[in-house]
Ligand binder design. Structure first.
Ligand code: PLP
Length: 430
C-alpha cells in the first residue's frame, strides 16, 4: 500500500528513475519482443520462476509502469492494461467464466457492455440477469446456483445513477462471488471501489484517465481479496491445462486472478494495449486529479444553469440537490461527481436532435471524458439498437441529451447551448 497521496502517485508510482537510464519521463518501449540471455533464461521466464519480459502481448515495460500506477491509485495489488475498456471487461469475464455460468448485472450499463452481456456472451453459454440496481437486494434475488459474478458501474453511463457499492458487495460476499465495478465515469480520483468492497475494478482509459481523446485503452485491477478457493472457481484450484498444470491459487496466492488475466487472458484473447497508447495515457493520467476537479465544477455549474432554462424539462446530475442520487453521491463521490450531465428538452426526440446538431463548441460524437466538451443524443445514436424497454432500463429516454462537460470557459459553454436552444422551433417545423 502506498503511503503517498493521489497526486504524487499519479506522477511517480511504478517508475523507478534509477533504472531506464534515469529518464524523467516514462520511456516508450515500442518493441514486440525481448532478447533472452539464453534458453535457460527463457525457460525460467515462461515457467514464471523468474520475472521478466517475454513478448509485448503478455507484458511490456511501458505498460508495466501504467499498470503499477493504476493499481496503486485504486488500491489494488496488480493490474493488466488492455486495448480498450471493452477489452478489459471481455477479458475479465472470459478469464473467470465458462459456458453455463451466469452474471447478475446492473441494468444501467454502458451500451456496449449491455450488448456484450445481453447478446454476445449468451452465444457462448454465458447468460446475464439485469436488475434495477437502486435496490441492492435485487442482486441477491437474481443470484442463482450458477451465478459467478456481479457486475456494476459505480456511476452509470449515461443514467448517472450512483450505486451503493458497499451494500451490493455485502450480497456478493454472502453469495461468494466477486463484485466487478466499472469505475470509468467516476475515475480513481473521485472514487475507489475497492475501499467499498469491490473485488475487481475496470476502467476504460479512453475516457477521463487519458483525457484528451487520442487513445483507446482499458485496465483490469485486482483487489487481491477474493477467495478463489471457495469451491466456485475450479479453474483456480485445479491444474490448468492451458498453463502446464499450474494451480493458480497455490502458485500465485492472492494474485491468482490478475496473473491468470495476463498469462492466459492476454495470451489467448490478445487484447493487449499498444505501448504507444500506454505512453500517451500516462501523460494524461499525470493531470487526472486537477482535470476531474475542473470537469466536476463545470458540470455542476452547467447543470444548475440548465435547470433555469425554459426549454429544459429535466436535468440529471448526481451533484444537484434535487437528484435522487444526491445522498449516495455525497457518500461515494464527495469530492465531485465527474463531468457527465444529462438533460431532456421540450419537444422530445426531435428537439434533442436539433440541439446535438446545432452546438459548435460541444462536438457531436460518441465519447466522454475529453478535455473538449462533447454532446450526443443516445436514442438516435449509441442506443438506437436497443428496444424501447432496454433504452428505458439503461436510462436512455427519447429526449435525453448527454453532455460530457469539458474544460472550456463556462460562459462560452452556456452561450453555445443557448444559441442551439434558439434553433429548436425553427428546425423542428421544417
Ligand atoms: C466507454 C466505456 C466503456 C468502453 O470503453 P472503450 O474504451 O470505449 O472500449 C466501458 N464502460 C464505460 C462506463 C464507458 O464509458
Amino acid at each position: 500500500m502506498s503511503t503517498q497521496q493521489f497526486a504524487t502517485n499519479a506522477l511517480h508510482a511504478g517508475h523507478d528513475v534509477t533504472i531506464n537510464g534515469g529518464t524523467r519521463a516514462v520511456p516508450l518501449y515500442q518493441t514486440t519482443s525481448y532478447v533472452f540471455k539464453n534458453s535457460d533464461h527463457a525457460a525460467n521466464l515462461f515457467s514464471l520462476a523468474e520475472p521478466g519480459f517475454i513478448y509485448t502481448r503478455i507484458n511490456n515495460p511501458t505498460n508495466d509502469i501504467l499498470e503499477q500506477r493504476l493499481a496503486t491509485l485504486e488500491g489494488g495489488i496488480g493490474a493488466v492494461v488492455t486495448a480498450s475498456g471493452t477489452a478489459a471487461i471481455n477479458t475479465t469475464l472470459l478469464t473467470l467464466l465458462r459456458s453455463g455460468d451466469h452474471i447478475v448485472a446492473s441494468s444501467s450499463l454502458y451500451g456496449g457492455t449491455y450488448n456484450l452481456l445481453n447478446v454476445t456472451l449468451p452465444r457462448f453459454g454465458i447468460t446475464t440477469t439485469f436488475v434495477d440496481p437502486s435496490d441492492p437486494e435485487n442482486f441477491q434475488k437474481a443470484a442463482k446456483e450458477n451465478t459467478r459474478v456481479f457486475f456494476i458501474e459505480s456511476l452509470g453511463n449515461p443514467k448517472l445513477d450512483v450505486l451503493d457499492i458497499k451494500a451490493i458487495s455485502t450480497y456478493a460476499k454472502e453469495f461468494k462471488v466477486p463484485l466487478i465495478v466499472d469505475n470509468t465515469v467516476a475515475t480513481p480520483s473521485l472514487l475507489n471501489p475497492i475501499q467499498h468492497g469491490a473485488d475487481i475494478v475496470i476502467h476504460s482509459l479512453t475516457k477521463y484517465i487519458n483525457g484528451n481523446g487520442t487513445s483507446l485503452g482499458g485496465v483490469i485491477i485486482d483487489a487481491g481479496k477474493f477467495d478463489w478457493a471457495n469451491g466456485k472457481f475450479p479453474e483456480f484450484t485445479e491444474p490448468s491445462a492451458g498453463y502446464h498444470g499450474l494451480v493458480y491459487h497455490d502458485a500465485l496466492k492472492e494474485a491468482a486472478f490478475i496473473a491468470k488475466v495476463r498469462i492466459e487472458g492476454l495470451r489467448d484473447h490478445g487484447a493487449v494495449l499498444s505501448p504507444f497508447n500506454a505512453f500517451q495515457i500516462i501523460q494524461g493520467l499525470e493531470t487526472l486529479e486537477i482535470r476531474i476537479k475542473k470537469h466536476s465544477e463545470n458540470a455542476l455549474a452547467l447543470a444548475k444553469w440548465l435547470q433555469e432554462q425554459d426549454q429544459v424539462k429535466w436535468v440529471n446530475y448526481p451533484g444537484l440537490e434535487n437528484s435522487e442520487y444526491y445522498e449516495l453521491a455525497q457518500q461515494y463521490l464527495p469530492k465531485g461527481q465527474s463531468g457527465v450531465v444529462t438533460f431532456g428538452v421540450e419537444g422530445g426526440f426531435d428537439s434533442a436532435k436539433v440541439i446535438a446538431d446545432e452546438t459548435t463548441i460541444f462536438s457531436l460524437l460518441a465519447n466522454i471524458g475529453d478535455t473538449k466538451s462533447l454532446i450526443i443524443h443516445p436514442a438516435s445514436t449509441t442506443h438506437q439498437q436497443l428496444s424501447d424497454e432496454q433504452q428505458e432500463a439503461t436510462g436512455v429516454t427519447k429526449d435525453l441529451i448527454r453532455l460530457s462537460v469539458g474544460l472550456e470557459d463556462l460562459e462560452d459553454l452556456k452561450s453555445d447551448l443557448k444559441q442551439a436552444f434558439s434553433k429548436i422551433g425553427k428546425k423542428v417545423l421544417k
